[in-house]
Ligand binder design. Structure first.
Ligand SMILES: C[S@@+](CC[C@H](N)C(=O)[O-])C[C@H]1O[C@@H](n2cnc3c(N)ncnc32)[C@H](O)[C@@H]1O
Length: 228
């Protein structure tokens, strides 16, 4: 594809969520500065290298393509809500498909609800990325078990999530958002405090090797986990 056609294709989609470098100096006009964010996750250089990777809730696929660029053996991306929308909506799977084409990528994009994912219908993976998804789920604790079942022995899970830091307690608690209390978004359900998410991960059978609050001052946390 020549640069002019690529520019036209990228500009034909107005719903970009991720800023993705698509070659020829073209960057999608995402609503979040993805390149800046990912730097602060401190992902080790060899984290994806040679691994089979699953990106849950991929949206435009920035993190899927990032894992591919860092040498992943294969990358599977799944998404339900945004990819379930028709192209008449501002956001849809169109951004992912355009980015995949521009990057000549082999990432496989599957419309699937995480809650329906099993080793039988999706396979098992060495590394799973679950960014910005957990608090959108009605059953986040169950989701952690589903994710664990999708990991190979000694597999790794990288979670990026909102955690609620507004409650003054030492206890592991999770805040329920029945309406649009979190960011005015009715699709947000739960805000575990960091201790609660840490303990849910450990009780699910993960070893949390490190976790930290990220850069945005928006109560976003990164958890690096492994299946022992
Ligand atoms: C806040 S966005 C995060 C997008 C991307 N992972 C990131 O970190 O920038 C949440 C994404 O999760 C997807 N999603 C929400 N619930 C899901 C589910 N049950 N199964 C799969 N994807 C889901 C949404 O469609 C959306 O693309």
């Amino acid at each position: 594809m020549n640069k002019k056609d690529k520019r036209k294709l990228v500009d034909s989609y107005k719903g970009w969520w991720h800023s993705i470098k698509l070659g020829d100096g073209i960057i999608s006009k995402g609503r979040i500065p993805t390149h800046e964010h990912v730097k602060c996750w401190k992902i080790p250089e060899d984290y994806f290298n040679g691994k089979t990777v699953l990106d849950i809730g991929a949206w435009d696929g920035f993190y899927s393509f990032h894992a591919e660029a860092l040498g992943a053996k294969s990358v599977t991306a799944i998404d339900k809500v945004i990819w379930g929308m028709s192209e008449k909506n501002i956001s849809s799977k169109k951004g992912f498909d355009i980015a995949k084409k521009c990057l000549n990528s082999n990432v496989s994009g599957i419309l699937m609800d995480l809650m329906d994912a099993t080793p039988k219908n999706l396979g098992k993976f060495d590394v799973i990325l679950c960014a910005g998804v957990l608090y959108h789920l009605e059953h986040p604790y169950l989701a952690l078990s589903i994710i664990k079942n999708l990991l190979n022995d000694h597999g790794k899970l990288l979670i990026e999530s909102h955690c609620d830091t507004t409650i003054d307690t030492d206890k592991p608690v999770m805040v329920y958002y029945p309406n649009d209390e979190l960011a005015g978004d009715i699709s947000n359900w739960w805000g575990p405090n960091p201790k609660c998410l840490l303990m849910m991960l450990e009780k699910t059978g993960f070893t949390v090797t490190k976790y930290f609050e990220d850069y945005t001052n928006l109560s976003r946390f990164i958890f690096y986990c492994e299946v022992p």
